[in-house]
Ligand binder design. Structure first.
Ligand SMILES: [Zn+2]
Length: 132
């Protein structure tokens, strides 16, 4: 249930995939509700370390919850020169299937992201009828 992304969602310490309790802060993964967990991952998008943000982006893509699309767009716009991160955000949004939120998010990035590669990738995902 708690497929954590390789770091503790409470304190961002690295965490083995099978760990149930964080060795750094003691947070129990099983105690995090799906909603808590989503909020913590969204919060991790603001983390100063690119590595932590990237793991959160990947984890949010795997969860595929359209509620997180806006936060992913903000993260992409906050780091206009980080093309690798921008492309991962596009992939995560594309995994949110045919939701209005994902299409809106991709349209925004296609129109406004400063990096050409990111705008182009968003456009390609929008053109695919399945978004996959
Ligand atoms: Zn922790």
């Amino acid at each position: 249930m708690s497929e954590h992304p390789g770091f503790c969602p409470a304190c961002f310490a690295p965490l083995a995939q099978e760990a149930d309790t964080c060795p750094a802060c003691g947070a129990r993964m099983a105690d995090l509700s799906a909603r808590d967990y989503r909020e913590k991952l969204v919060h991790a998008l603001l983390h100063p370390l690119a590595d932590v943000r990237m793991r959160a982006i990947i984890a949010l893509g795997l969860r595929g919850e359209p509620e997180t699309a806006d936060a992913l767009v903000k993260c992409a716009m906050n780091h206009p020169t980080d093309v690798v991160q921008g492309l991962e955000i596009i992939r995560s949004l594309a995994r949110m299937k045919e939701t209005e939120a994902a299409r809106t998010a991709l349209s925004l990035l296609q129109a406004r992201h400063p990096a050409h590669a990111v705008r182009e990738a968003a456009g390609r995902k929008l053109e695919c009828s399945t978004l996959e």
